[in-house]
Design a protein around this ligand. Structure first.
Ligand SMILES: NC(=O)CC[C@H](N)C(=O)O
Length: 518
């Protein structure tokens, strides 16, 4: 067993614990837990925003959040009609059986209530929008298991804060989506089995928000919640060809969500587009009623990105990356440049120690939470068990050092961003991983999941910066590749603005798995 941390994880001695400037301290952690009251019909100035419309021959289950809201408002379909379609599709497809573990009790009544509200003029801002919920996020009255044998038949007593907020805005939690055990571990979940990728059943969705990624790709839900500790919103978004945001660290409350690593965990939305995410994010995070109307509204009304400076990484994010992923990333950079952004090379950054520190923190905190269960170790997923035993082997000093390195990473990445507004990196280094060998192809060579999956994502859990994953076109084997747009602390809306501008000029986010809709 590894009893010492890798040699390179040595904190810069210049960093003094307690004196380091933590950029994330600027965000009041209490804000995410404040409650607010929703006005029934907020005037958020979006009336003029162009709303994409669904082509007449596509089923409603393919519609996104914006399309559904305008269709509900115009009485072209009702929340009950959409939920019936989703329900049928989930019950009749393999992807549905794998992605959706169970329905949330009472969702039909909630849909009928939404229908009444649309009719009598009391519709709330997300009235009738169905959403999937990762099986580690509590939904009152639903069985929530964290994908583990250890949780038995647990029924959640209350909604997690994020679910309560979305529900208060009129959205309907209707399906619990699969996860790897306690949001970590391997594709082969010991309790519920494997979620395969709707684009290719021999490949993985990417974890740990496996069911949310597959459910979106298979058009079984227009919106889902995921969690991200090393990349678990962004990796399945990348491999399933959907859009996912890991918000700034303190933006979304973690109350009512099973922790994996309490200093790294983030909760966030997964959807069909950056616009859809901009539409729902305020209702997941809002700190005041005024904030609801201000925050992200401009993203929807105006996609202009002219003059934005986009940082282009010189190393790490571009290493161990398949050529097709790199080409798609370069094309995406050119697209933003054509829209008036300037591309600015970032200085080289030694990310290895920061990445490594993330893994030490994740494994130590995981071990703290679950080591008392080791007397029944055979019930754990082997991938989780491996991380847990690694975590136990680190000393308190190793953990404390990793936290120091994390503070260094937080300052270091921001100083690398000194001359830019956003950074754009390639997404995961290869197309969806192979389920038989647990490897990812990078230029014809098989790389292990462990070395590749979180490589371009974990750093933003470590730094807490907002990071948006977007589809960027298909790779060598016809599967989705992604790009990642990263902002400064709390610049989630700016990431979404750049993402929405990119998606307004491209159609990668509209692609669905071959044969799905025929
Ligand atoms: N929840 C996460 O983000 C964890 C991701 C990481 N790849 C793991 O498997 O542990």
């Amino acid at each position: 067993m590894n009893r010492t941390p890798p040699a390179m994880v040595v904190a810069d001695p210049a960093i003094k614990i307690g004196h380091a400037f933590d950029p994330l301290e600027l965000i009041d952690p209490g804000l995410a837990d404040r409650t607010y009251r929703l006005a029934p019909a907020p005037d958020n100035g979006l009336a003029a925003a162009p709303v994409p419309s669904l082509s007449a021959d596509l089923p409603w289950r393919t519609a996104g959040v914006e399309e559904l809201l305008s269709a509900f408002a115009e009485n072209r379909i009702s929340p009950t009609g959409v939920l019936d379609e989703l329900n049928d599709a989930i019950r009749s497809s393999t992807a549905g059986a794998e992605a959706v573990l169970r329905f949330v009790p009472g969702f039909e009544a909630a849909a009928r209530d939404s229908e009444t509200r649309w009719r009598n003029g009391t519709a709330r801002p997300l009235e009738g929008i169905p959403f999937g919920v990762k099986d580690i996020i509590d939904v009152a009255g639903a069985s929530v298991t964290s994908g583990s044998h250890f949780t038995g038949k647990r029924i959640a007593p209350d909604d997690a804060a994020v679910v309560a907020r979305l529900r208060a805005a009129g959205a309907i939690p209707f399906a619990m989506t699969a996860t790897t055990e306690f949001a970590t571990g391997s594709p082969h979940n010991p309790r519920f089995g494997t979620v395969t990728n709707p684009w290719d059943k021999t490949r993985w969705t990417g974890g740990s928000s496996t069911g949310s990624g597959a459910g979106l790709a298979a058009r079984l839900m227009p919106l889902a919640l995921g969690t991200d500790t090393g990349g678990s919103i962004r990796v399945p978004s990348c491999w399933c060809g959907t859009t996912g945001l890991k918000p700034s660290r303190e933006r979304v409350s973690r109350a009512g969500v099973a922790p994996l690593s309490w200093t790294l965990d983030h909760i966030g939305p997964m959807a069909r587009s950056a616009r859809d995410i901009a539409r729902v994010l305020p209702f997941m995070t809002a700190q005041s009623e005024a904030d609801l109307n201000a925050h992200c509204g401009d993203v929807l009304a105006d996609h202009a990105v002219k003059g934005l400076r986009i940082g282009v990484p010189a190393n790490w994010f571009t290493e161990l990356v398949d050529d097709a992923v790199l080409v798609n990333w370069e094309l995406a950079l050119k697209t933003l440049e054509a829209l008036g952004c300037s591309l600015v090379p970032l200085p080289r950054i030694d990310l290895a120690p920061w990445h490594e520190a993330g893994w030490i923190i994740l494994q130590c905190e995981l071990a703290t939470l679950h080591s008392q269960r080791l007397d029944r170790a055979e019930l754990f997923d082997p991938g989780l068990l491996h991380r847990l035993t690694n975590g136990l082997a680190f000393s308190a000093v190793d953990y404390a050092r990793a936290l120091q390195v994390r503070a260094e990473a937080q300052m270091g990445f921001l100083s690398a961003m000194a001359d830019v507004d956003l950074v754009m990196t390639p997404g995961v280094g290869g197309e969806a991983g192979r389920l038989d060998s647990l490897t990812v192809d990078v230029n014809g060579e098989a790389q292990s999941f462990q070395s590749l999956i979180s490589r371009n994502t974990m750093i933003f859990d470590v730094t807490g910066l907002p990071a948006l994953m977007l589809p960027a076109g298909l790779g060598h084997t016809g599967l989705p590749t992604g790009i990642q747009i990263v902002g400064r602390p709390n610049a989630d809306a700016l990431c979404l603005r750049a993402g929405a501008a990119f998606q307004a000029s491209t159609s990668h986010h509209q692609l669905s798995p071959p044969g799905l809709l025929s």
